[in-house]
Design a binder for this molecule. Structure first.
Ligand SMILES: C[S@@+](CC[C@H](N)C(=O)[O-])C[C@H]1O[C@@H](n2cnc3c(N)ncnc32)[C@H](O)[C@@H]1O
Length: 241
């Protein structure tokens, strides 16, 4: 992705995954470009000023608050994660980039959407639009029905005019399916890749923003800058009517 906070054991795991599914490098890079383009779209064209980024990850290049506050200095961003290492990095690195903006971090297990909303209310105003983000995180949830109920639980708490941004790894290549299976067999926390149709159903009841659910490299790419070769990750932006 271009970040610098990573560990030898993770690099080794990444290389082992890539030996089976070389597309994972493009997927990782494209996932950050998708985040940059979608957050930019929300902060500029859609005029959203509040972001709830669920499953923060280790800070890397162009984190959500940096992209949002570059476009809208008064943007308020709440990150949610439950990994102690992510928390330690977040405290050190995820700080406001502007005087007007707010960046906060809450330590919540995302299996509990009510708790996410209860804690986020301390920083975000839930009578105004919120962009709810699930960026490459829901593969950690084993049960597909629970995936849908987590997304629906948070979206039920935000007002009309709010947005859902979601992407996840997909079963769109044999290589990625095999690598994900092998990864699970190592005893690591499994990551379940799902079909584009399963991801599409997470957006039910919402209005898709063009171009709808696509391989993330094809979501409003900048032809001068972005490689539009499809990757095994699908995502979309949709508005709550
Ligand atoms: C693959 S990373 C995605 C990071 C980031 N969204 C991105 O786009 O780069 C998944 C993140 O989800 C977090 N996570 C996994 N299970 C979680 C849970 N039950 N509750 C909260 N966060 C969780 C992990 O700690 C990790 O930071």
């Amino acid at each position: 992705m271009g970040g610098k906070d990573n560990y030898a054991v993770d690099r080794e795991a990444g290389d082992a995954f890539a030996a089976i599914s070389p597309g994972v490098f493009d997927l990782a890079r494209q996932s950050r470009q998708f985040l940059i383009r979608t957050v930019n779209y929300l902060a500029t064209e859609a005029g959203v000023r509040q972001f709830l980024d669920i499953g923060t990850g280790l800070p890397t290049m162009d984190n959500t608050h940096e992209v949002a506050q570059r476009a809208a200095p008064d943007a308020r961003v709440v990150y949610v994660d439950n990994d102690p290492l992510v928390l330690a990095h977040a405290r050190a690195l995820l700080t406001n980039t502007t005087d007007e903006g707010v960046t906060d971090y809450i330590d919540v297990d995302f299996h509990d959407p009510d708790q996410i909303v209860a804690d986020a209310r301390n920083v975000l105003n839930f009578t105004k639009p919120v962009a709810v983000m699930f960026m490459g995180v829901l593969g950690h949830v084993a049960d597909y029905d629970e995936v849908r109920s987590i997304v629906a639980g948070v979206m039920a708490a935000v007002p009309s005019g709010s947005y859902l941004v979601l992407w996840d790894g997909t079963d769109t290549s044999e290589e990625q399916v095999t690598a994900a299976d092998d990864y699970k067999d190592t005893g690591a926390v499994a990551y379940i890749v799902r079909s584009p149709e399963q991801l599409a159903r997470c957006f039910e009841g919402l209005e898709m923003v063009e171009p709808g659910l696509v391989s993330i490299s094809r979501w409003r790419p900048d032809p001068a800058q972005d490689d539009e070769k499809p990757v095994d990750g699908y995502g979309a932006v949709a508005r709550k009517p």
